[in-house]
Design a binder for this molecule. Structure first.
Ligand code: PLP
Length: 389
């Protein structure tokens, strides 16, 4: 059975061109970029190239890109790195209620240290509104962090407007763009954003490598101390193969974004229309238009509590989807805090199916899904078939 992968928000398959860019650094080019000899300098050149490629994707300057070990680490660096420059009583941070745990858990940690954090609400369509931010600002607000695109419902946030309000207030604006980077244009030469987190494995690059964009002139306290790599902001010997892969992945994403986002949005809309036609009780979760090109989040009316069963039945057909974010598989069966924040009741919040498409998704795969989901829903009503092995 041919397997179909519809969980690109969890992670993406490596592009073959990315693998090819990485391979030399697992072989003859093994040097430590801090070494002054030729082996070291070859590795340093690869890092410089990767930094330039990531910067180009963001229309930023290479000096504004700092490599990290993940999107999670970039988020931690941004929040803690700003907060640590202030006494807790002199630092208020604003974020939203439906951020990724990489932000929310960091905020919880900062709260324990005495920092004040406000959590902006979201609309039932999964959008953070500018007015909510205006109301939450305080004289000592130092940082606002709102994600560019949500990982569970796929909604795009009005970060231009949010960042403008933040800048006018004199605070810094951070966006977790782990889901958005490489999929929608993020041009730092026109966006009033000061800090931005990315992760390579969401854009057909390798796992274990991320980056934090830090606008020139913005100061951060480091959270990792050591040999002074990444200009003292993030010490540790650089992951050269992963940086080479991240750079290539960023270059490809930038070059193909325009055509790929149209292709994915067409596939996404066809998938939604096809499912709703076959299953009239199915409904789209999140904003109908302001969403990532390849992102679908669905509920099946009357079967919300069967979401995990549906996911397993599709899995039997070789189709991988998720019932929320990858992280939430650690909390299987519990309602999603994101759907609760959107005003859904507990029953509905348990029942979302996340179907996320990527570079190698084909028309045929979407057709297969449009036929497979109604079959799986039908099987739910046939007791002997509703148990999956
Ligand atoms: N932020 C968002 C919005 C995400 O979706 C994820 C991963 O799913 C992360 C942060 C964490 O990124 P990483 O897996 O690179 O740690």
């Amino acid at each position: 059975m041919k397997k179909i992968y519809f969980d690109h928000s969890a992670t993406t398959p490596l592009d073959r061109r990315v693998v090819d860019a990485m391979l030399p650094f697992y072989g003859e080019n093994f040097g430590n970029p801090s070494s002054v000899h030729a082996h070291g300098q070859d590795a340093k050149e690869a890092i410089d190239e990767g930094r330039r490629q990531v910067a180009d994707l963001l229309h930023a300057s290479p000096e504004e890109i700092f490599f990290t070990a993940s999107g999670t680490e970039a988020d931690n660096m941004a929040l803690i790195g700003v907060a640590r420059q202030y006494e807790p009583q002199d630092c208020h941070i604003i974020t939203s209620i439906f951020e990724h745990p990489a932000i929310l858990e960091t905020c919880k940690y900062l709260e324990k240290l005495g920092y004040a954090i406000s959590y902006l609400p979201i609309t039932p369509e999964g959008i953070v509104e500018a007015e909510a931010l205006r109301q939450a600002l305080r004289p000592n607000t130092r940082l606002v962090s709102v994600m560019a695109a949500n990982n569970v419902v796929g909604t795009l946030q009005p970060i231009v407007e949010l960042a403008q309000i933040t800048r006018a207030h004199g605070a810094l604006f951070h966006t977790d763009a782990v889901q958005a980077a490489g999929k929608i244009p993020l041009h730092m030469d026109s966006l009033p954003v000061d800090l931005l987190s990315m992760s390579a494995h969401k854009l057909h690059g390798p796992k274990g490598i991320g980056a934090l964009y830090i606008r020139l002139g913005v100061k951060l306290e480091p959270i990792i101390f050591g040999g002074g790599q990444e200009r003292g902001i993030r010490s540790a010997t650089e992951n050269v193969p992963a940086i080479a892969g991240f750079g290539k992945a960023a270059e490809i994403a930038g070059a193909e974004m325009e055509s790929e986002s149209v292709r994915l949005a067409n596939l996404r809309d066809r998938l939604i229309a096809g499912v709703v036609e076959q299953i009239p009780s199915a409904y789209l979760i999140g904003h109908p238009v302001r969403r990532l090109p390849g992102h679908v989040c669905l509920g099946v009316g009357g079967h919300e509590s069967d979401a995990i069963l549906l996911m397993l039945l599709l899995n039997e057909d070789g189709i991988s989807i998720s019932t929320g974010s990858a992280c939430s598989s650690h909390h299987a069966g519990q309602p999603s805090y994101i759907l609760l924040a959107m005003g859904m009741d507990e029953e509905r919040a348990r029942g979302s199916l996340r179907i996320t498409l990527g570079r190698f998704t084909t028309d045929l795969e979407v057709d297969t899904f449009i036929q497979a989901l109604p079959r799986a829903v039908g099987n739910l009503t046939t007791p002997e078939l509703a148990t999956v092995s």
